[in-house]
Design a binder for this molecule. Structure first.
Ligand code: FPP
Length: 253
């Protein structure tokens, strides 16, 4: 069993849930079976995150680039998403989990929007945790959209060009409304970021797990958090500036 400290929890954890397709292929099943099992992992991990007190969890459920997958797979993923939102609604509300979504949501099918939009509204108040689904999401696209907003403000004279700062940009990035991710986990053995939360990742700690997403358990989340807690985050400073000085220890004898 992995021990994690209650203090020093990452406030915002992001997960790139990779490996559903390979999980299915290893069993001679269609890829969609892997996504179905992946959906069960989502349920488990959301519960575990809420139980330990994470404030924000962002799951990379569908990238802007995933639309180019075979139509059958895209349809299956949209259906799973709809089923997930319908089946989890009560549990999310009962546990004060705010459901949010970021990405190019206008591309989602109307049947998904029909369950997603009301749940976003209903679950919005006084949350203990925010669960954000990145849907039709791309980090570069989000940066470009934010830049477009600032360009409009400059063009209309509401802002000066020299006011375009990282802070001004981030105000137009919905994925960072809950703060930068402190820890980003990628399952499935690959070591890459795949266009996830690019701007917010600047000082995130990264954790790569070889476990395929459908096999990812609460314990794997705890291991990732324990590894995060063993690291020193320096944000460009040196160790002496970020580590609390050891003072006032009286040695016996
Ligand atoms: C990447 O694995 C995973 C996805 C593109 C979809 C993730 C979707 C789910 C976990 C289930 C539905 C989501 C919710 C929120 C209910 P991959 O298919 O690229 O795996 P591979 O690299 O093994 O092919």
């Amino acid at each position: 069993m992995t021990l994690i400290e209650a203090r020093n929890l990452p406030a915002h954890v992001g997960i790139i849930m990779d490996g559903n397709g390979r999980w299915a292929q290893l069993r001679g099943s269609p890829r969609c079976e892997g996504h179905r099992e992946g959906s069960a992992s989502v349920r488990r991990v959301v519960r575990a995150a809420r139980r330990i007190g994470l404030r924000a969890l962002t799951l990379y459920a569908f990238s802007e680039q995933n639309w180019a997958r075979p139509e059958e797979e895209v349809d299956a993923l949209m259906e799973l998403l709809r089923e997930f939102l319908l089946s989890e609604r009560d549990e999310l509300l009962d546990n004060r989990i705010r459901l949010n979504a970021v990405g190019n949501l206008g591309r989602l099918p109307a049947v998904v929007r029909a369950v997603l939009d009301p749940l976003r509204d209903e679950s919005g108040t006084a949350p203990e945790m925010t669960l954000t689904l990145a849907l039709s999401y791309g980090g570069r696209e989000e940066i470009a959209d934010a830049a477009k907003e600032l360009a409009r403000e400059v063009a209309s004279g509401r802002m000066r060009a020299d006011e375009v700062t990282p802070e001004a940009l981030r105000k137009h990035m919905p994925s960072l409304e809950v703060g930068d991710p402190d820890l980003v986990i990628r399952t499935g053995g690959e070591r890459r970021i795949s266009n996830f939360l690019l701007f917010g990742l600047a000082y995130a700690e990264l954790h790569f797990s070889d476990t395929l997403w459908p096999d990812f358990e609460a314990e794997d989340l705890y291991k990732a958090i324990a590894s995060y807690q063993a690291r020193e985050r320096r944000f460009g400073l040196i160790s002496a500036q970020v580590a609390p000085p050891i003072t006032g220890i009286r040695l016996a004898g």
